[in-house]
Structure formats: structure tokens, C-alpha cells
Design a protein around this ligand. Structure first.
Ligand code: BES
Ligand code: ZN
Length: 873
């Protein structure tokens, strides 16, 4: 059953289908000085029913005049055009009914090139000569095309688009399609683009500005360009390589040619999200596209590959075949978030990206989905603020994780066949989730719909509790499933829920090949493992692919310890045991000391992703204990845990070392900075000094860590140096890491200053959020960041309004508290100062605060005694 907790969504009306568009002939003329634009469009429409009203979407636009021409050429002028800001709808009223059948609706309108990073907006850039200028760009998803042109702004109302842009003659104009003509008239240039295929409005894009580019062509003749800021075209080369390879990879995997003649990827200085998959003109934040070989880190490079692979996947999955409504957003985002890994695994095998998928997507999904205020993957939404809200870890990460589970269940061959069938069957059309399952059922003859419904229509996932007994040579496992919740409590309705769990098991005789696969579809079941001695290891969920937690009895878990120490157990299984145990601790099923002891088995660990998982658990424990007096004792524990791996990776890059060693080094040194390891901090300071005085440059991979170590432990003069480094750099990646590191300051006046700085003109709107978040993550800045949020509520709310940035901000500024008193304070504030787009995030934050309060009251003494005795050893 789909639960519909959100009554508002049912009241929000979709557009009537009385009149629908087929083709828009659109002309836009932006003015980069006055930040306005004028537009006109003639829309080929079909009038399905007699009516004198045309209802379509528009917002922050003024419609000056409208007329309707029937097929005989008779024109009637509209008598009224009103735009209702609340419903985001324009109603065009004519003096008489429109003729049923085809017709042409013409509209003239004006709007502003806003500074809110949505709709048609302005973005500031600095020319190589140091002059400040503006470009105009778009970001429409999910519901902002209506801010640039009156249109039927729903994903299922697809049409063709003929776009014309009138721009200053020395500027470049880009849109989804290739240019078919360019005419210069005095100071202006009229640029016409080819007719687009049938597509949704949220995928339209227009850009006017100055850019350099690098280009290439795929084997199938698609022209690919990467547009960069002026004089930085080399920074586009890596993304170009990734784009050309991704495009060919998907053409082959989906067995469908890319349908447009060109694909542009462009970095926009001011950009709300990481990237946006507009068909044929993908837009990116600079840090998600530009790679500077001297100053960009390897983790950035890897991220650029993933983002490019993600957005290019959408060209098929999302653009060619589009969700019918935003309830099925996860089809777009969950799928793209899965297949970006499949693609990058093929393109850049040295990243071992499948393993990293677990810490990047799977674990965050399990984390959010353990909250009572999570939501099902498929969730009813209506109002734009509800739609914006679901661009979250459930749609992306849980979506990706359930598809990863299905991919393994089906095997790669059937999976790709199913996709190819789905994409070809629904090309240029819209789908619901069931259409995807039907395609997989058709190729596999397995009950995919039945299995997958339990994962997409229900909130949460199960915890599987295991007990074992021996029967002669056989081992018998008794498995029980129930919903996992972070606080260990179940609502009445949660008690009956069941999942169809594709469950697999490995045993000691071969820890890399599955011994057993079952579809676990009941409350309890018994699994017989033939010829399995009682002292053999039994690992459930090998590879950490199933979307569930496992709760082992102590004896079963302890049996793994030698295999963890000697790394006989594969990395993802080591990670899985560690992370599941952490979840059991958080939910009160196990004690914290048991986890702290178990973690000590990882002292010789050397896998980057396993350390990532340990590090995120350590970070959660740090936050928990930063609210107590055992913070320092915990740091001592942390320093010990990371001592061996630190010895191993050191500071210096070895010749020809692997990509993953570089990632591991920055992770480990970063954690030791958090644990205030004095040698590490001293070394960081030394390296910073040499970096600043020009004796030796810090490698890009270590800069974020070094800057943070310095910012937290320096004198006033050095703190100033960080500001001047920020101002000197013209690489956004470098600016971000400096600004974010400054949030690690301990001193109240520096914290105040960096918070002010975060919303100054010197920091781009989209980047401010991360600076504030870094202050909030710092225990010395936590209260200040929350106070700052409250003091600047108006400004922050108006800046980020309906975007998902506001959710991130609200969450990080509040979720790290750990007392009921703070929970009340946060609750009261938002009762008086609502943020509709963050409504669910606020509830999740409150839940996280209360979880920590419970955890501390349950386990603080246990933690204290463990830490004290462990640190003495
Ligand atoms: N379709 C989204 C862009 C988007 C995000 C639109 C949020 C509206 C609201 C795009 O495909 C996307 O998912 N971008 C991600 C990066 C991706 C690699 C996960 C983003 O912007 O963070
Ligand atoms: Zn996406």
C-alpha cells in the first residue's frame, strides 16, 4: 500500500488537458545590462474541448498580449491574461470559445533575469582581463520553465521546440539543439536553433555568454563540446574524454543511438545543483566539470567522471523516456545514480568505483531510510515545494541501491536487455515505475513487479535477525525480518510490513562465491547450509548489495574477527559487518562498547572504502560525544585506531601509486586532524608555510585537510593568509576548500567572521551553504551556525526558498544537537518560521536530535568505561 501522509498533494491541481501544446516557436531576448528579457512564442496547440480559457503555467512573468489563430487564419485577441503567483498558473481568457482542433496561440511576455539560480537567471563571471560581466543561463527542473516562458510545465506534456535567441553580437548563444542560422543586425545577433525532438519543458535550456570550448566526436558522429570559462579550455579536457566515452558506452549498453546531433557540456559559474541534464546542453557547476591538472584533487576528478556519466545517462533515461509525474522522479534519479557507477566502472577501472558506491549511495540511503520521517521511493507529490523536497537521499541513493540489488538479482545481461526494451518501447513518451518492472519481467520471466513493489512503495527496509543451530553436518540458520528503525521502535503500521528480500549467503569454503540464494518473502524462514561445520564463517549479504541490515548473534560475529584482521573476508563484507553493527548500536540493539571493541579489529585495514565507512561511523560518534565530556577520550581512541594506516600511507605520494592510495591518504590524515593528532597538525602547519612562501606546493589531494588543520590551529595572521589565498585563487574548487576549511576555526570571533563572509559578495550563493555547514559541523561553531541561521532566516529563506539547498542547510544547522531541550528549540523556531521545502528535513533533524539524546542516556556510562580502560592500555 502506498501511504499518503501528505494530504496537500491531493489538493494540488494538475493542468487541464482542454488545450495542449504540440510545438513552441519561441524567441527570447535577454538584456544582460538591465537583467530583463522579452519573449514571444507561438504555440501550435490542439483544442480538445470547447473553451474560452487557456490554462498553462507561468510565474514571475508579465504576459502583455495573447491571441489565438484558427486553421482558417482567423485571429481573436485575448481579453484577459492573469498570472496567479500562488498556483503558478496563467489563465488566458478569450471573448468567445476557441475552435476545437488545431490552432496557434501567440503570447508576448517579459520577465527578469533573476539572481535566484532558477528559471532564466543571471550568473556573474570575471573575464581574464579582470572585468566583471554577466551571462544568462537556465535551470528549469523541476518546475521553473514557467519562469522563463508561459508553458505547460509538466513532464508528461511533451512538445517540440523551435528556439530563437536574440543576443549581443559578441556573445555566444546555446540551446538544446544545433544552430541552423545566425544573422547579425546592428549590435545584435539572431540565432536560430534546429527543431527539438518531442520533449518535456524541464529539459529546455538557453545560455548566453562568453566561453571557450574543447571538442571531439564520437565513433557514431555525435559532436561533443565542453564549454569552459574564457582562457580555461584545458580544464575541459578530462570531462570531454569522460563524455565521449560515456556517450558511446550508453549507446552500446542501451542499444539506442543518441538522438541529437550534438551534445554540449558547459560550466556555469552560478549554479544551484551539481549538474542538470538538459537534452543536448548539460549544465554543470564549475567544480563538477572543470579539472585543473595542477590544482584539482583525485577525488574531484573521480566525481567529475561520475557526474558526467550520471547526466549523460539521463539523455536516455529521463529525456528520451520521462517519468509521467514527479512521484516517479526516482526513475530518473535513482536509475542515473546507479548507472553512473556501471559506466565509470567500465571507463576508469582504477577507481574501483563499485566498491565506493556502497559508501556514497547505499549507506546514506540506509541511514535516512531508518528514520520514521523517511518516505517511500514512490511518493505522491503535488505542490512545487513538495516536488523540490524529494530530490533527496531516498530518490537518489535508495533508488540507486534497489536498482543495484535488482541488477545483481537479474545479472547484467538480462538487466541490459530489459533496459533496452523499456527505452525503445517508451521512447519520446512517459512512464510510471511499473513500466520498468514490466520490461524486466518480460526478459526474465521473474516476478519483478511483486518483488520491487515492496521496495519502492514501502518506507524503510528490513533488519534480518539470525540465529543458528547445528544439525549433524548441516548448519541451520533461522532468519527473521522486521522493519529496521533507527530508534528501535516500530509504529503500529510498521509491524505488519514485509519485504521480498533477494538474500544471498557465502560460507567459509568460498567467501567470494555465493553458496545460497533465496527469495525471503515471509516473517521467518530457515535456511539449511549443507556440510557446514559449526565453526565456519557464514556471511549474509555478501558484497553489501541487499538493502537490509543483518543482526548477528555475538558468537557468529566474533568468529569473523580473525578473517577481518587477516583480510580474508572481502572488503565489502568487512565493511558490511562493521556498518551493520554500528546501526544495531545506534538503534539500541547492541552496546556502543561492543562496536568500539569490534572496530579495533580493523587496525590493519587498508581498503579505502572500508576506512570511509569506519570514518563516517567515527564522525557520528564524534558528534555524539562532542555533546559530552568524553570528547577528548574519544579522540585518543581515534588516534590509536588510525595510527597503523597513517604509518603506512604517510604524507608523501609514492611513485606510480594507485588512485585509491591517494584517496586513502587524504582520508586518514583528515581524520587525524579531527582527532587532533599533534604530529599531524604540526606537519600540516609546516607544509602550509612552505606552500605560502613558495618553497613547495601542497598536492591538491591534501590541501583541504591541510587548510582545515591550519584554520583550526593557527594565529590571526595565518587565518588572514587563508582569506588572501581565497581571494587570489581563480579556481572554484580551491576557493571552496579554503572557505570550507575556515569553518573549522575554534575562536568565537573567527567563527562569526566566517559566517558573515559566507553570505558576503565574495562567496557565490550556491557555495555559501557549504561554508555554513562546515561551521555547523565544527563543535565550536554548532551553536553559532544555528544562531546565524535564525538571525538570517529572511535572507537565507529568500535566497534558497524552494530549492534543496535550504533542506541541506536546515538539516546541518540543527541535526547535530543531542538534547530534548534543543529539539524543542528547533521545533519552536520552525513552527514560527516555516520552510515548506524543508518540511521533511526539519522532521528528520528533530528525529536525529532525539535519537542522540536517547543514545547518550542509554549508553554514556558504557562508552565512558570502555574509553577509559581502552585508553589506558
Ligand atoms: N536532474 C538533476 C538536477 C537537479 C537536482 C534538478 C535537484 C533539480 C533539483 C541532475 O541529474 C542531478 O541529479 N544532479 C546531481 C548530481 C548527480 C551526479 C548526483 C546534483 O545536482 O547534485
Ligand atoms: Zn540526475
Amino acid at each position: 500500500m502506498v501511504s499518503n501522509k501528505n494530504a496537500a498533494s491531493n489538493n494540488f491541481a494538475r493542468l487541464p488537458k482542454t488545450v495542449v501544446p504540440q510545438r513552441y516557436d519561441l524567441t527570447l531576448k535577454p538584456d544582460l545590462q538591465s537583467f530583463t528579457f522579452t519573449g514571444n512564442e507561438t504555440i501550435d496547440v490542439i483544442v480538445n474541448e470547447a473553451t474560452n480559457k487557456v490554462v498553462l503555467n507561468a510565474l514571475d512573468l508579465k504576459i502583455n498580449c495573447a491571441s489565438f489563430r484558427n486553421t482558417l487564419g482567423n485571429v481573436i485577441q485575448a481579453e484577459d491574461c492573469t498570472v496567479c503567483d500562488k498556483s503558478e498558473v496563467a489563465t488566458i481568457t478569450f471573448p468567445s470559445n476557441l475552435d476545437i482542433g488545431e490552432g496557434k496561440l501567440s503570447l508576448d511576455f517579459v520577465g527578469n533575469l533573476n539572481d535566484k539560480l532558477k528559471g532564466f537567471y543571471r550568473s556573474k563571471y570575471i573575464t581574464p582581463e579582470g572585468e566583471e560581466r554577466f551571462s544568462a543561463a537556465t535551470k528549469f527542473e523541476p518546475t521553473n520553465a514557467r519562469r522563463a516562458l508561459p508553458c505547460w510545465d509538466e513532464p508528461a506534456i511533451k512538445a517540440r521546440f523551435d528556439v530563437t535567441l536574440i543576443v549581443p553580437k559578441d556573445r555566444m548563444a546555446l540551446s538544446n539543439m544545433n544552430v541552423i542560422s545566425e544573422e547579425v543586425e546592428q549590435d545584435l545577433k539572431i540565432v536560430k536553433f534546429a527543431t527539438s525532438p518531442i520533449m518535456s519543458t524541464y529539459l529546455l535550456a538557453f545560455i548566453v555568454g562568453e566561453y571557450d570550448f574543447v571538442e571531439g566526436i564520437t565513433d557514431n558522429g555525435v559532436k561533443v563540446r565542453v564549454y569552459t570559462p574564457l582562457a580555461k579550455k584545458d580544464q575541459g579536457l578530462f570531462a570531454l574524454d569522460a563524455a565521449l566515452k560515456s556517450l558511446s558506452f550508453y549507446e552500446n549498453y542501451f542499444q539506442i543511438a543518441y538522438p541529437l546531433p550534438k551534445m554540449d557540456l558547459i560550466a556555469i559559474a552560478d549554479f544551484a545543483s551539481g549538474a542538470m541534464e538538459n537534452w543536448g546542453l548539460i549544465t554543470f557547476r564549475e567544480v563538477c566539470l572543470l579539472f585543473d591538472s595542477k590544482n584539482s584533487s583525485k577525488i574531484r576528478k573521480q566525481y567529475i567522471a561520475l557526474v558526467v556519466a550520471h547526466e549523460i545517462a539521463h539523455q536516455w533515461f529521463g529525456n528520451l523516456v520521462t517519468m509521467e509525474w514527479w512521484t516517479h522522479l526516482w526513475l530518473n534519479e535513482g536509475f542515473a545514480s546507479f548507472i553512473e557507477y556501471l559506466c565509470v566502472a567500465n571507463l576508469f577501472s582504477e577507481y574501483d568505483i563499485w566498491t565506493q558506491c556502497v559508501t556514497d549511495a547505499y549507506l546514506p540511503a540506509l541511514h535516512m531510510d531508518s528514520l520514521h520521517n523517511s518516505h517511500p521511493i514512490e511518493v505522491p507529490v503535488g505542490h512545487p515545494s513538495e516536488i523540490a523536497e524529494i530530490f533527496d537521499a531516498i530518490s537518489y541513493n535508495k533508488g540507486a541501491s534497489v536498482i543495484r540489488m535488482l541488477h545483481q538479482f537479474l545479472g547484467d545481461k538480462l538487466f541490459s536487455q530489459g533496459l533496452s526494451l523499456y527505452l525503445s518501447k517508451h521512447s519520446y513518451k512517459n512512464t510510471v515505475t511499473e513500466d520498468l518492472w514490466d520490461a524486466f519481467e518480460e526478459v526474465s520471466k521473474e516476478p519483478i513487479r511483486k518483488v520491487m513493489d515492496t521496495w519502492t512503495k514501502q518506507t524503510g527496509y528490513p533488519v534480518i535477525t539470525v540465529t543458528e543451530r547445528q544439525n549433524g553436518n548441516d548448519r541451520i540458520l533461522v532468519l527473521n525480518q522486521e522493519k529496521f528503525s533507527a530508534d528501535g521502535k516500530l509504529d503500529e503500521t510498521d509491524k505488519d510490513v514485509l519485504w521480498l528480500v533477494p538474500l544471498s549467503i557465502t560460507t567459509q569454503s568460498n567467501l567470494t562465491v555465493k553458496t545460497k540464494k533465496v527469495l525471503f518473502d515471509s516473517r521467518t524462514t530457515e535456511v539449511v547450509l549443507n556440510s557446514t561445520p559449526s565453526d565456519h564463517l557464514i556471511k549474509i549479504n555478501p558484497g553489501c548489495v541487499g538493502v537490509y541490515r543483518v543482526h548477528y548473534p555475538s558468537e557468529m560475529l566474533e568468529r569473523f574477527i580473525p578473517a577481518i584482521k587477516e583480510k580474508i573476508l572481502p572488503p565489502l563484507d568487512r565493511l558490511n559487518l562493521q556498518n551493520d553493527l554500528f546501526a544495531m548500536v545506534q538503534s539500541g540493539r547492541e552496546s556502543t562498547s561492543k562496536l568500539l571493541k569490534f572496530l579495533e579489529s580493523f587496525i590493519d585495514e587498508d581498503n579505502y572504502t572500508v576506512w570511509e565507512s569506519i570514518s563516517s561511523c567515527m564522525a557520528a560518534l564524534s558528534v555524539l560525544l562532542s555533546n559530552t565530556e568524553y570528547d577528548d577520550a574519544f579522540k585518543v581512541y581515534g588516534r590509536k585506531l588510525y595510527s597503523k594506516i597513517y604509518e603506512k600511507v604517510g604524507w608523501e605520494e609514492a611513485e606510480n601509486e594507485s588512485h585509491l592510495t591517494a584517496l586513502l591518504r587524504s582520508l586518514v590524515i583528515g581524520k587525524l586532524v579531527s582527532f587532533e593528532e599533534s604530529n599531524v597538525i604540526e606537519e600540516a602547519k609546516k607544509r602550509f608555510e612552505s606552500h605560502v612562501n613558495g618553497t613547495s606546493t601542497i598536492p591538491a589531494d591534501l590541501r583541504a585537510t591541510v587548510y582545515r588543520a591550519v584554520a583550526a590551529n593557527c594565529d590571526d595572521e595565518t587565518y588572514e593568509t587563508l582569506f588572501s589565498l581565497y581571494r587570489k585563487s581563480d579556481l572554484q574548487e580551491e576557493k571552496n576548500r579554503i572557505a570550507q576549511s575556515m569553518g573549522a576555526a575554534k575562536d568565537a570571533s573567527r567563527i562569526k567572521r566566517v559566517l558573515q563572509f559566507s553570505i558576503s559578495d565574495e562567496v557565490r550563493t550556491q557555495d555559501s551553504v557549504h561554508v555554513i555547514i562546515c561551521v555547523a559541523l565544527n563543535k565550536y561553531g554548532r551553536d553559532a551556525a544555528w544562531q546565524f541561521f535564525q538571525d538570517n532566516y529572511e535572507e537565507l529563506h529568500s535566497r534558497y526558498e524552494s530549492g534543496f539547498l535550504i533542506s541541506a542547510l536546515v538539516k546541518y544547522c540543527t541535526q547535530n544537537f543531542a538534547t530534548e531541550e534543543k529539539a524543542k528549540e528547533v521545533e519552536n523556531f520552525f513552527a514560527k518560521h516555516p520552510v515548506p521545502a524543508a518540511a521533511r528535513a526539519i522532521k528528520q533533524s528533530l528525529e536525529s536530535i532525539r535519537l542522540k539524546a536517547d543514545w547518550l542516556s542509554r549508553d554514556l556510562i558504557n562508552i565512558q568505561s570502555y574509553l577509559l580502560s581502552a585508553n589506558e592500555l
